[in-house]
Design a protein. Structure first.
Length: 133
């Protein structure tokens, strides 16, 4: 089967670039909104998730175990949802596959908005990114 990594990564870069940068306080507030949400807590078996702001020269955000590290220039809702989706769907098991994309779409709809959800879903379809079971 065709890998979803390349088109997904390209699409994500485009989404990140379209987002407004948040302050660290606003990013932490959005992170807390998600991680204290009943649905999210159920998905993660109520694990405690830590948010770390990366060093100034870090060029990418990532998930590591039960923490997410956000790079400067990537403090926005799209990246926060993306990294928290990795908490629900661990990278080692399913890196950007259909299950990950489905969880990410659900998070965008739930925490960012229906308009953004429909835009992202449309782009997934246009770029042949599988998000169905």
């Amino acid at each position: 089967p065709r890998s979803t990594l390349f088109p997904y990564t390209t699409l994500l870069r485009s989404l990140i670039n379209s987002q407004k940068e948040m302050s660290q306080g606003a990013a932490r507030g959005f992170f807390n909104l998600i991680t204290t949400n009943k649905w999210f807590k159920k998905q993660t078996n109520n694990r405690k998730i830590k948010l770390i702001f990366g060093r100034p020269n870090l060029t990418y955000s990532y998930c590591r175990g039960n923490e997410i590290v956000l790079a400067a220039g990537q403090l926005n809702m799209v990246v926060i949802c993306h990294e928290l989706a990795h908490i629900i769907v661990p990278k080692a098991k399913q890196h950007h596959n259909a299950n990950f994309c489905r969880v990410y779409l659900k998070m965008v709809k739930k925490f960012i908005g229906k308009k953004e959800y429909h835009q992202l879903k449309k782009q997934f379809i246009k770029n042949n990114i599988n998000f169905r079971k």
